[in-house]
Write a protein that binds this ligand. Structure first.
Ligand SMILES: [Ca+2]
Ligand SMILES: [Ca+2]
Ligand SMILES: [Ca+2]
Ligand SMILES: [Ca+2]
Length: 457
């Protein structure tokens, strides 16, 4: 087996694909991304290693020729990404079918962590250190979950304790923590009739597509108490009729809340939910609920909604997963369920960072139940959890003129109410680097101040 595959450059970064032996896969690949200049390191002793779990519920074909790095070269981090089963990234394809963030994706990530932490060598004894040609500190690696990649981190850590002990912990960046949040039942940012205008006058321009039935405190660690009572099925409408340009390959038919009480689904002219064109999806506009359209053709609404719908609908729509099928699909695809398994397995030595920017990348709810529930899950287990960035790490890494004067997240251990989260959000000026900064804050919590900032704590 040949260990090293295609390589390339992106700006001041180099990347290289590797083949990881063993595991469940006939062929398992990962991508190593590192600064071209070996002198760029966060610590003098060696470069830290972060395994990044990119979002993976839906195949991203734009990665087929080159990976998408999270860490800019100037941070001096060695970044390792798995190539999930069925994915092609940087010209290499991991064997197996796409599994939409399921256990096989978790297994690919788990093997990638083992490689990054030096527990698995490649062909001819090649290690990560050989590939990047500089000293590295990888006896314990950081993990960074981006979006649904955070779900996969839990799936990677839950089954095998031997993997997790080689991590310092994980940063979860804008992770939808429950199936109802992955499917966007609280409303998504792209449902907003006008992302630049504040339709409901609450001071936030991007939240006007939220489900008007969501209230602060509605989500616990199992479900969000959304009102699905008016749920109905429209067999003829295609999801792309409602949301032009999205879900074009999906089968027809949508579940919706008949808020107008008309007995039929009304959508806005040209698409969208704002039928009365007042700039907000409100209590008079029907609300379309979305499933996960799986790679295997399955249509999986979250189990909480499916249970409601099975009781309300006179007949079950063909092609839509039943409650039993929905529960089987969503079983491990939740941070909150798998997170409890992870907590039960490991010593409370992991650091946890729960990060979010001013404008969420998915959910139209500025109170961020997803972040609060993730933080509290680990903090209540006695783990060292923080929101967003350590101020000192921010000041070390980012020129104050580009951070808009933002001072960082709240001190480690701070408990936030949902209504307080927006005030502590990473500002939009840092948006492009926010996930990387969350990962770097995790490293700082685990290993101490970066050598490039002497005297900082
Ligand atoms: Ca708006
Ligand atoms: Ca608003
Ligand atoms: Ca209606
Ligand atoms: Ca409206």
């Amino acid at each position: 087996m040949v260990s090293l595959g295609p390589e390339g450059e992106i700006g001041e970064l180099r990347w290289r694909t590797v083949t990881i032996p063993g595991g469940l896969f006939d062929e398992l690949h990962a991508i190593v991304i590192y600064p071209a200049d070996p002198a760029v390191m966060a610590w003098n002793d060696g470069a830290p290693v972060i395994v990044v779990a990119p979002p993976n519920f839906t195949l991203d074909p734009t990665l087929s020729s080159a990976p998408k790095p999270v860490f800019d070269a100037r941070y001096g981090v060695i970044e390792v990404q798995p190539v999930y089963p069925g994915w092609t990234v940087g010209g290499v394809t991991t064997s197996g079918a796409l599994d939409d963030g399921g256990l096989n994706s978790g297994s690919a990530l788990s093997e990638t962590i083992r490689f990054a932490a030096g527990l698995v060598s490649l062909d001819r004894g090649t290690t990560l250190g050989h590939i990047v040609e500089r000293p590295i500190c990888n006896s314990r690696v950081g993990l960074l979950g981006v979006g649904t990649g955070g779900v996969t981190i839990m799936e990677a850590l839950a089954p095998v304790a031997a993997v997790g002990v080689n991590t310092v912990g994980f940063a979860l960046f804008e992770v939808p923590t429950l199936p109802q949040l992955i499917t966007g039942d609280v409303g998504t940012v792209w449902m907003d009739p006008d992302p630049s205008a504040d339709g409901d006058g609450n001071g936030i321009a991007w939240d006007d597509g939220r489900n008007i039935d969501w209230y602060e405190g509605d989500c616990d660690t199992i479900n969000c108490a959304l009102d699905y009572e008016d749920v109905a099925w429209d067999a003829a409408t295609h999801p792309s009729d409602v949301f032009p340009g999205r879900y074009e390959g999906a089968p027809p038919g949508v579940l919706y809340l008949d808020r107008s009480g008309s007995g039929a689904l009304e959508i806005a002219e040209g698409g969208g939910l704002d039928v009365d064109a007042d700039g907000v999806v409100d209590s008079r506009d029907d609300f379309v609920l979305l499933p996960h359209y799986a790679s295997d053709g399955g249509v999986y609404y979250n189990s909480h909604l499916t249970r409601f719908a099975e009781e309300e609908l006179a007949s079950w729509p063909a092609g839509v997963a039943t409650l039993a099928e929905s529960e089987a699909f969503w079983g491990t695809r939740t941070v909150m369920e798998e997170g409890r398994v992870v907590i039960a397995q490991y010593d409370p030595e992991f650091a946890v960072v729960v990060a979010f920017t001013e404008e969420d990348s998915l959910l139209a709810v500025a109170d961020r139940p997803q972040a609060v529930m993730a933080h509290d899950l680990f903090a209540e287990a006695g783990w060292s959890a923080r929101y967003n960035l350590r101020g000192a790490a921010l000041n070390c890494l980012v020129d104050p003129s580009t951070s808009g004067g933002w001072a960082g997240g709240p001190p480690r251990g701070t408990v936030l109410e949902e209504g307080d989260t927006q005030a502590w959000a990473i500002p939009e000026v840092l948006d492009a680097d926010a996930a990387a900064l969350a990962g770097l804050s995790l490293l700082w919590d685990a290993f101490g101040a970066f050598d490039r900032c002497p005297g900082a704590e």
